[in-house]
Design a protein around this ligand. Structure first.
Ligand SMILES: [Zn+2]
Length: 464
């Protein structure tokens, strides 16, 4: 009897969290504003210390740590570096239970009389390179908000307001597409925005910092915010700056539209800060080696990164595959059209690198020839389509492969670009050189100039 009672009680306790269905996201305003405070000033232990208050009402509530990171194409958020979660209400501790099935969900019973839950937790930087990307060094830090933000389940993220404050190390400067309300000492107080825009607007800060205007006098400004390991490395020579300004001019000639209110390249030049290329609607995270400006002739291959990430503001962020139309950061992304999203961005990244002069035309043609040669002999083409490789960020999380030619991996980038090169040459052939993929770009990305939310598309839209 006692045993039976015990097992019944334990059963009840377990089943309460055994994959309880999460509240489905609803397209309605969240009642209240999340307030996030990130202390990013600890460059000794490299720990981001977070306090967050979430308006709540008594009863059952589920809090989520983001799982699906839009530009990363997989369920790859760094929950393994998330630690120290403590929740309280009116100064008293509140117990949380992690969902038994969905480890990104945390269930709480909000006590009577509660109007706000107070959360405390940390985001830990790796202590060794094989544990994850280094996002804080003695000179540079990068904050991807999905790594430091929890949010209530049950609402579209674009309907949840959030106000964030970040403390940076003393005297550091920063770049971000987030709009600042005011700087108080080393506290950056940002304007309230919605959670979707927030997570899409990361921040780089640094001891050595320089901000370059890439479109002087323009109504819609474009800036390059450079942080680096050394003071010398942030300095761009006038002729180098000119090539980056050409990139903006050439992109506007091609797309004939802008889908942002302002655009910020976040650009880290470092031998310690983790390399990165991640697109956002009004900004991009770019991280390459320290000698980008200082050893210019050696750096040519790195100069394809900014053209690629800038293209994404049109291809991937403004025009977005229908399968990427998700209500929150815990709903799976569908990757089947990434051969357009990434493949065509790879194509335009190469073309804009050449047209701006950031890379020599001959170098870009060589890259394309190398890819064509590689795909002419790759064994995995016998069993997998390019489209099937769009699922690799989910299947393999970008880990090394044992049999890479046979397995293939994420070929929707470079083989995707070859598809678009084929389309370009076909259009030129069939129209007697009157039409090319440039015309597709104008018709597909040049619509609704000034619209800075996503316009989704299907395969049929691309064909049309
Ligand atoms: Zn990309």
């Amino acid at each position: 009897m006692k045993l039976a009672l015990l097992s019944m009680l334990m059963g009840a306790a377990f089943s309460a969290h055994a994959g309880s269905p999460l509240p489905a996201p609803v397209d309605q305003n969240y009642p209240g504003t999340l307030v996030l405070k990130v202390d990013a000033s600890d460059t000794v232990q490299n720990i981001f210390r977070v306090k967050e208050s979430i308006p709540a009402k008594p009863g059952k509530m589920t809090l989520l740590y983001p799982q699906w990171v839009p530009a990363n194409h997989g369920p790859s958020s760094p929950i393994n570096q998330f630690a120290g979660l403590k929740i309280s209400a009116n100064g008293k501790p509140v117990t949380w239970h992690r969902d038994n099935v969905n480890v990104f969900a945390f269930h709480v019973e909000v006590p009577a009389g509660t109007r706000t839950l107070d959360l405390e937790y940390q985001f830990l930087s790796p202590t060794e390179a094989n544990q994850g990307r280094t996002t804080m060094t003695p000179e540079i830090l990068g904050i991807q908000w999905h790594a430091v933000t929890m949010y209530p389940a049950g609402y579209y993220t674009r309907r949840i307001p959030i106000q964030a404050t970040v403390t940076v190390p003393q005297g550091w400067q920063y770049g971000s597409a987030l709009e600042l309300d005011e700087r108080k000492g080393d506290d950056l107080v940002f304007k309230t925005t919605d959670l979707e825009t927030f997570v899409d607007s990361p921040l780089f800060a640094g001891h050595y910092f320089k901000r370059y205007d890439l479109d002087p006098g323009a109504k819609i400004p474009v800036h390059m915010n450079v942080v680096a390991d050394t003071a010398e490395a942030v300095e761009a020579k006038p002729e180098q700056l000119e090539l980056h300004r050409n990139l903006i001019k050439q992109a506007y000639k091609l797309f004939q539209s802008q889908h942002y209110k302002h655009y910020d390249f976040l650009f880290a030049l470092s031998d310690e800060f983790g390399g990165v290329g991640r697109e956002h609607h009004q900004s991009s995270e770019n991280g390459v080696k320290l000698d980008y400006f200082t050893d210019w002739n050696k750096a040519e291959s790195m100069r394809g990164l900014l053209p690629h990430e800038f293209t994404h503001s049109w291809d991937g962020k403004f025009r977005r595959p229908a399968g990427q139309d998700v209500p929150d950061f815990n709903t799976p992304l569908q990757n089947d059209l990434l051969w357009v999203y990434e493949g065509q961005t790879q194509f335009w990244g190469q073309v804009l690198s050449a047209r701006s002069g950031l890379q020599k035309s001959a170098s870009v043609r060589d890259q394309i020839a190398v890819n064509a040669a590689r795909y002419s002999s790759i064994a995995g083409r016998e069993w997998r389509t390019v489209q099937d490789t769009t699922y690799d960020p989910i299947i393999n999380s970008r880990r090394p492969l044992g049999w890479s030619s046979y397995q293939r991996s994420e070929d929707y980038y470079n083989e995707g670009a070859l598809i678009w090169l084929d389309v370009d040459t076909k259009l030129r052939e069939m129209s007697g050189d009157k039409l090319s993929l440039d015309d597709f770009a104008r018709k597909f990305y040049g619509v609704k100039d000034g619209m800075n939310t996503a316009l989704h598309y299907t395969f049929d839209d691309v064909v049309k």
